[in-house]
Design a protein around this ligand. Structure first.
Ligand SMILES: [Ca+2]
Ligand SMILES: [Ca+2]
Length: 323
């Protein structure tokens, strides 16, 4: 995905004190600040002419022999004039956020069982859709309908789950097997999850996954892949839940024009099956990306969402990614 990694170690802190040296050398710190302006959102006129802000700081402990490693992601959200009622589709505020919120997105302890096999325990991103969770993972401003569907199934923020997973890295594949709290919060129930992803040949990555749950849409099966060649990327995803939605699919195309400009297009569709809701929803998203600085992206996105009526949205986003 588009994710950028930062490996700075707070070098300047080394000038402060020996305590600061040991604290600084224990963590890699990554983060971003994300400003979003919605000019138009036909689906929810409360969103028109509105600013939102979001930030994240991630502490990744440095692997040291004989120690368990950990990851802590902290998020900050603020809306200037939102109604705070959520959930709202098409932006980051998919859970019940009020005007502002600070929360733990991920808190994981990673135990290395032996080379290539680890056990993750805690709260973590399930990674169960092609699109990533954070704005730095996206090729446009908004998430697509498939990611949002997973988000709505999981009671936690985004695609987060709580539990444990075995995480095995083979030469060209990653296999995960997990037991987590039921993603829809069913009482005394667990969800089982399994995922295999890997490189089929140079440039082509494929992923298959399943997660179970007692209620809501039931078990969800997903297969997705992406092919990259130089500045060009094409991706496709197919999702098959047990209930509520018959199936959903999505495709994204992205092209980088040199180092400073990019263009992305996405089409996605959900086919609902519930008696009260037998229809299809389709969205078309077009985004231009300008990168004036190495760690600063500006997105301009137009999205048309058709659920029988066509709703338009226009958003502008500034995303700074830094230490
Ligand atoms: Ca995150
Ligand atoms: Ca969720």
């Amino acid at each position: 995905m588009r994710k950028l990694f930062f490996t700075g170690l707070l070098a300047s802190a080394c000038l402060i004190s020996p305590d600061a040296i040991s604290a600084a050398s224990m963590f890699d710190i990554t983060g971003y600040i994300d400003g979003l302006y919605t000019a138009v959102n036909d689906q929810d006129p409360h969103e028109n002419n509105k600013f939102e802000g979001k930030g994240e700081i991630d502490f990744n402990s440095v692997a040291m022999e004989g120690r368990v490693t950990g990851l802590l992601d902290l998020n900050y959200f603020v809306e200037s004039n939102g109604n705070g009622n959520g959930p709202e589709e098409g932006n980051y505020f998919l859970d019940n956020f009020a005007h502002k919120d600070i929360q733990v997105e991920q808190a994981i302890a990673r135990v290395n069982i032996f080379d290539g096999v680890g056990l993750d325990v805690g709260q973590f991103n399930s990674d169960l859709s092609w699109e990533g969770q954070d704005p730095v993972d996206l090729y446009q401003t908004t998430h697509g309908q498939l990611f949002n569907f997973y988000d709505q199934q999981t009671s936690l923020y985004g695609n987060d789950v709580i539990g444990a997973q075995l995480n095995t890295n083979l030469k060209k594949a990653n296999i995960r097997l997990g037991v987590v709290n039921d993603i829809g919060n069913a009482k005394s129930a667990q969800s089982l999850m399994a995922m295999v992803k890997g490189e089929v040949f140079n440039g082509l990555q494929m992923e298959g996954s399943v997660i179970t749950q007692r209620h809501q849409a039931g078990n969800i099966y997903d297969v997705n892949g992406q092919y990259t060649r130089g500045p060009f990327l094409i991706a496709a995803e197919f999702m098959k839940p047990e209930r509520e939605v018959k199936y959903g699919w999505s495709s994204t195309v992205h092209y980088d024009f040199g180092e400073s400009y990019g263009l992305s297009g996405r089409v996605d569709r959900l086919h609902y099956t519930t008696e009260a809701d037998k229809h299809e929803t389709t969205s078309y998203t077009l985004a231009g990306i300008w990168r004036p600085k190495e760690n600063f992206d500006v997105f301009l996105e137009y999205r048309a969402y058709n659920d029988g009526n066509v709703n338009h949205s226009l958003t502008l986003e500034a995303l700074a990614m830094f230490l």
